[in-house]
Design a protein around this ligand. Structure first.
Ligand SMILES: Cc1cc2nc3c(=O)[nH]c(=O)nc-3n(C[C@H](O)[C@H](O)[C@H](O)COP(=O)(O)OP(=O)(O)OC[C@H]3O[C@@H](n4cnc5c(N)ncnc54)[C@H](O)[C@@H]3O)c2cc1C
Length: 356
C-alpha cells in the first residue's frame, strides 16, 4: 500500500482524499484547525449557525450531481437571489445567471461538504496539527537499485514537535502564502525546489473581515445577498443567514457583512468592537434602516488569506510530482471558489491514484 499525506482539510485536501476513496492508498490528512472544510467554515452561537467564510457552494453541473449524491437530507439551496449594489449604494436586481445558479449549503452549515466527503473515505484526519517543516529523506533504500525511488519518503514535523511519516507522496493545500512558508522550511535535494518556491511565492491573497450582526427582529427583503459589483464600496458582500433553512430561529435576522479588500486591509488589526460597529453602521446606511446600526450581538472573523488574486504557473507546480510532491487549492486554479478548489484537489487525487 502507498501512503499519502495531505496538508489541509479544506475543500482541496478533502477533494483529493475523496478521489482516492477506492484506491489502495493510505491517506492521512493533517489539519491545523479543530474543524474541517477550511475557509468554508461554520460557527454556532445563541441558537444560530452561520457560514462565516464561504457563503455557499456556487455550483456547476458536476458539483450539483456530487452534492446530491452525498445526500439530499439537510442539503439547502438558498432560493432568494443575489442582487447587486454599486459604490453609491444603489441596489438593483442581479443578472439572471446569478439568480438562477444553485447556492448550496446545509442546515448544519457548509462544513457538511467536507464531513460528508470524508465519511465516504478511510482517510485519517489529524486535527489541531499544524505542519511546520517538510523533509524528503531516504528511508532505507539502496542507491542505484531499481525502484530506489520507493525507498524515499516525505517526513513532516508539526508545531508540537511531533513527527509524521514517512509518506510516499505529499499534497500541500494551504493558501499560497502558507504553502510558501512550508516550502521555505522544506529540505529536499531537488533542482525543482527554487522554481517551486518562486511560483508559489508569487501568488498573493486579499484579506476579508467578516462581521456577523444579529438582530431580534425580521428583515423583509426580496434578496438573500448583495454583492458590490464595482469593488469600490467599503462593503464587498452582505447577506442574510436566515435565508438558509436551519440557521437562524424564526423572527430573527443574522447579517454577514464582508468588508471589501481595501477596507479589510486598512482595518485588519483594529479592535473587534470598532470593526463590527463600523460594519453595522455601513449595513444600516446601505439598507436604509437605522435599526441595523445596533445589533444585539456580534461576531468577527478575520480572514488574512481570503481570496487569491491570481493563480500559480501550473507547469512549474507539476515539476515536483516526479518525487511525489503535489499542490492543490484555489490558488492553483486562480479562483477563490469552493467548487474550484474541490475539483482541483479531486484531479490531483486522481493523478496520484492512477494505476493504483
Ligand atoms: C470570507 C470568504 C468568503 C468566501 N465566499 C465564498 C463563496 O461564497 N463561495 C465560494 O465558492 N467560495 C468562497 N470563498 C472562497 C473559498 O472558501 C475558498 O476558495 C476555498 O475554501 C478554498 O479551498 P482550499 O482547500 O483551497 O483552501 P482552504 O479552504 O483555505 O483549506 C486549506 C486548509 O489548510 C489548513 N492549513 C493551512 N496551513 C496549514 C498547516 N501548516 N498545517 C496543517 N493545516 C494547514 C487550513 O486550516 C485549511 O483548513 C470565500 C472565502 C472567504 C474567506
Amino acid at each position: 500500500m502507498e501512503s499519502l499525506a495531505i496538508v489541509g482539510a479544506g475543500p482541496a485536501g478533502v477533494g483529493a482524499a475523496y478521489a482516492l476513496r477506492d484506491a489502495d492508498v493510505d491517506v492521512t490528512i493533517l489539519e491545523k484547525s479543530r474543524g474541517v472544510c477550511g475557509r468554508a467554515a461554520t460557527r454556532r452561537r445563541n441558537d444560530c449557525r452561520y457560514d462565516h467564510g464561504a457563503n455557499y457552494v456556487k455550483a456547476d453541473d458536476r458539483t450539483d450531481d456530487l452534492l446530491r449524491e452525498l445526500g439530499e437530507d439537510g442539503l439547502v439551496d438558498v432560493e432568494l437571489p443575489v442582487w447587486t449594489f454599486t459604490s453609491d449604494g444603489a441596489i438593483s436586481a442581479g443578472d439572471e445567471e446569478r439568480g438562477d445558479a444553485h447556492k448550496w449549503t446545509w442546515e448544519t452549515g457548509i462544513t457538511q461538504l467536507a464531513k460528508r466527503l470524508l465519511d465516504r473515505t478511510d482517510a485519517t484526519v489529524e486535527r489541531e496539527t499544524r505542519v511546520e517543516a517538510v523533509e524528503r529523506v531516504e528511508t532505507g533504500g539502496v542507491d542505484g537499485v531499481e525502484g530506489a525511488r520507493d525507498e524515499w519518503g516525505w517526513h513532516l514535523a508539526d508545531t508540537d514537535g511531533e513527527a509524521h511519516g514517512p509518506f510516499d507522496a505529499l499534497v500541500l493545500t494551504p493558501p499560497a502564502p502558507q504553502t510558501a512558508a512550508l516550502l521555505a522550511a522544506t529540505h529536499w535535494q531537488s533542482e525543482h525546489l527554487p522554481a517551486l518556491r518562486e511560483a508559489v511565492g508569487s501568488v498573493s491573497y486579499r484579506p476579508t473581515l467578516s462581521a456577523i450582526l444579529h438582530y431580534p427582529f425580521e428583515l423583509d427583503r426580496p434578496w438573500y445577498g448583495l454583492v458590490n459589483v464595482d469593488k469600490d464600496h467599503d462593503v464587498g458582500w452582505l447577506s442574510r443567514e436566515e435565508c438558509k433553512r436551519g440557521h437562524v430561529p424564526d423572527g430573527e435576522t443574522l447579517l454577514v457583512v464582508q468588508l471589501g479588500a481595501e477596507w479589510s486591509d486598512e482595518h485588519y488589526d483594529d479592535p473587534e468592537g470598532a470593526v463590527v460597529d463600523a460594519a453595522a453602521a455601513k449595513a444600516a446606511t446601505l439598507l436604509d434602516d437605522d435599526r441595523l446600526a445596533d445589533p444585539d450581538w456580534t461576531d468577527l472573523q478575520r480572514w488574512r488569506y481570503a481570496q487569491p488574486n491570481e493563480g500559480a504557473d501550473a507547469d512549474v507546480l507539476r515539476r515536483g510530482e516526479v518525487d511525489g510532491l503535489y499542490f492543490a487549492g484555489d490558488w492553483v486554479v486562480g479562483e477563490g471558489r469552493v467548487h474550484r478548489a474541490l475539483w482541483n484537489g479531486y484531479e490531483v487525487g486522481e493523478r496520484i491514484g492512477e494505476g493504483r
